[in-house]
Write a protein that binds this ligand. Sequence first.
Ligand code: AOF
Ligand code: ZN
Length: 352
Amino acid sequence: MMQRCLTLAQQAAGYTAPNPLVGSVITQEATIVGEGFHPQAGQPHAEVFALRAAGDRAVGATLYVNLEPCNHYGRTPPCTEAIIQAGIRQVYVGMVDPDERVSGRGINRLRQAGLEVFVGLEAAACQQINEAFVHRVQHRQPFGILKYAMTLDGKIAAASGHSAWVTGPEARATVHQLRAICDAVIVGGNTVRRDNPHLTSHGQSDRNPLRIVMSQQLNLPKTAHLWQVEEAKTLVLTETEANLPFQAYLRQQGVEVVTLPTLTPATAMDYLYQRELLSVLWECGGQLAAAAIAAGAVQKVWAFVAPKIIGGQNAPTPVGDLGLDKMTQALKLERLSWQSVGADLLIEGYLT
Ligand code: AOF
Ligand code: ZN
């Protein structure tokens, strides 16, 4: 039943920011009598949809939910009261809500009202599905993912800068799906100038992430796929006085321009936290990737490795200078997993 909650919750991946992914199932003697998920911030919570679907069959029933029910008035009223009112007798909770407005209070309220509450069912899977939400709440920052594709000899482009087609079509389709579940994709000016990317989900989903360009000087080309905002929204982050005529030009094109007094991965992430994003995907070149890592703006890495060798002393690599001299200082990834995607390999891991 908790797995079913997670499957339901996952349907809203990419749509809920800044809220978590939550699914709920109501059962009477192992038969599902109602289920639901949280579709979007401002909409009712998962439990409410499940209770509505169950109607009278909620009396004496068991409710499963992957995140502790809320006990506060946010955009919506508390789910605890709705659960109690409906006559639910038992509640299985996947994990405690790290949100300080909840954090145990929802569970206490249900127990106080005489319901039986079990906490921690499928806890690891529940933590995993909401890793971005948990990070956002605990660190007051969006969850950062660095994605890159490199050859077996560790290059993201030829020495000429040509970088298209490192990986095969299956890996590219996977990237497009990954974009659809992130709130934003970030690149720097170099990537716009060299690659002219689209950064969309290319029809792998109805949803596109917010496309973000970080550029201090705003010395960017006049025409770029990213300035075509009918395809997907684009936000350019720059500094207050940077290239004012070009700021005006971008706005004319329908591109949103936001200026910060100083632009760094840290100030960008602070801004994106205020803007209520859950997750951002760094799809930038090595220099910005190194700066993002150094700023603590990368929690997870998705590295695609293509079985190809391009060579080249000066061919670009995924991560620029981190100021580390000894191999013993290397940043280590943990909770590693890997899978083949077409002819390529996808390695996933977390920076500690
Ligand atoms: C959700 N969906 O299914 C559950 C949530 O502003 P509100 O009223 O939407 O409250 C958001 C908080 O409610 C959220 O941060 C989390 O702590 C809690 N539970 N949120 O969006 C849900 N169960
Ligand atoms: Zn709620």
